[in-house]
Design a protein around this ligand. Sequence first.
Ligand code: NOJ
Length: 597
Amino acid sequence: MHWTKHLESGALALFLGAAALAAGGQGVPASSTLHQRSAIQSSERDWWKSAVIYEIYPRSFQDSNGDGVGDLNGITQRLDYLKELGIDAIWLSPVYPSPQVDFGYDISDYKNIDPQYGTMADFDRLVAEAGKRHIRVLMDMVMNHSSDKHQWFLQSRSSRTNPYRDWYVWSDGKGETTTDKGQPPNNWISYFGHSAWQWDETTRQYYYHKFYAQQPDLNWNNPKVHEAFKDIISFWLKRGVGGFRFDAVPTLFEDPNLTDEGVVKDKDGKPIINSFGDQELDDSKTTNQPGVHEVMQEMRAYADTFSAASFPGTRVLIGETYMPNITELAKMYGPAGKPEFQLPMDTQVGMINKLDVATFRTKLIEAETELNNNTPLLLFDNHDNPRIQARYGDGVHDTDIQRALSTVLFLSRGAVQMYYGDEIGMLTTTPSRKEDVKDPIGISGWPEEKGRDGERTPMQWDSSANAGFSTAKPWLPVPPSAALLNVADESRDPSSLLAWYRSLIRIKKTNPTMVCGVETMLDTNNTKVLSWMRKAQGAPPVVVSVNFTAESQTVNLNVPGANGKLKTLLKTPGASDPASLEKIELGPYGVYIGEVK
Ligand code: NOJ
């Protein structure tokens, strides 16, 4: 097939690029041949196709100035750790000035750095130091809403005739009079609880907010909003950032007629009540409305005009795209000739939330065959979702289960998004008392919704009281598990999860087949073990088997055309080297990765 060839040649170019970079750091090795040089250029262009993107929640990664909150200089101090882990890029959740109502996702100035996190000089130094280690810095781009303290909104709410009035979504209420605010314009609710409409007394209208009331939605029907964001994108790209993760893209537009949304009912026909006590709505008028794709095509075309300023290679756009199915996800890459995201997040695989081999197999096949030759971006968790073990663990084999799932993550074809601390098996540690909660949705939704603090706890660098994160009391408590799960201890232990992550990333980045060879599922009737093969031109195929059960399993991977001999690349502790493809023995949640001879 045509696309198979395309991927295979890409794989080789990426591998050569990786090897050259390993030899010469940022630049081209002195002795490189013409062929290698073009491979490097192509690798720079395609770096994102097998990238490992590491999400940093800046408040929680490393505090450098002793205030209990992580900062940019802290991240810079830890770059050598990240380089050793083998990642390609860091995605910083927002570091712009913000009242921090939604911990940075309420931005009051898109072209600056919040003093809590440092200065613009600190940011430039981070980008430069990361660049020296061949790590790109990606920013979060929040276009659905700003903070209510942003100058645009302060202007907008000051009078109905202010030039910024039309930058946000304003509407009269229902039954409003000169003395009564009436009712909100319709039944739409905020993701963070209750009506999505906030009454504003000064100008006597309601404004719309899909998230907190302090996050008014911008009006994407206004061309000036488009221009403002292109200007912001240009500002950061010129500073050398490698791209952006676009926040909450499906909610950019709303139905202009402000039609009520449908109420979601259970099987007995009763309305479903969500954790905030609201009737659940079907989101049909406030998400994925016409216009979203055109905005992303416009932003992509704009980002593509920026060529290597201080860092060579493609600027990548990642989408926060929780889509209901693969067909909708495929659309986020854009139609032919009108690209949108290079990497819209694929939540189909990582958010199955059940160790069900058949579903994993189906979703991985879909990612390989139904994304129109595009690159999947797999992930298992982030700052909005409980960590891997909280969603997949059985309470007994949690680390082994994470070993198994991280194998699926890193050794499937595509790019990977991982979350800080995954590599040491950090746990979700949810607050047990309402008074300890920091995330406002955990306060308003308590006790049904406890918020997202549990997955945002400080990075666990060592077993000291504050886990090496800060000399002061951290903004969120360090979980007791830090005594065992931390970078210092796991770095000394060759059987640790950290050692496993390092090995997987090394294989993903340096094995010519694994860089981006095509993927085929094997042994497809097996309901206990997930096995697949990766293949690329001119390199041995690689097979991977992952046991999804707590019992030992034996698989027979009868690969046509191979003579059945295997060379082990990596296996879980305790497993023996299989004599042949016909008999691969796996312990509970065991993993085997081998080259076929
Ligand atoms: C998605 C972000 O990941 C989340 O943390 C935030 O609360 C919402 N978007 C609103 O910006």
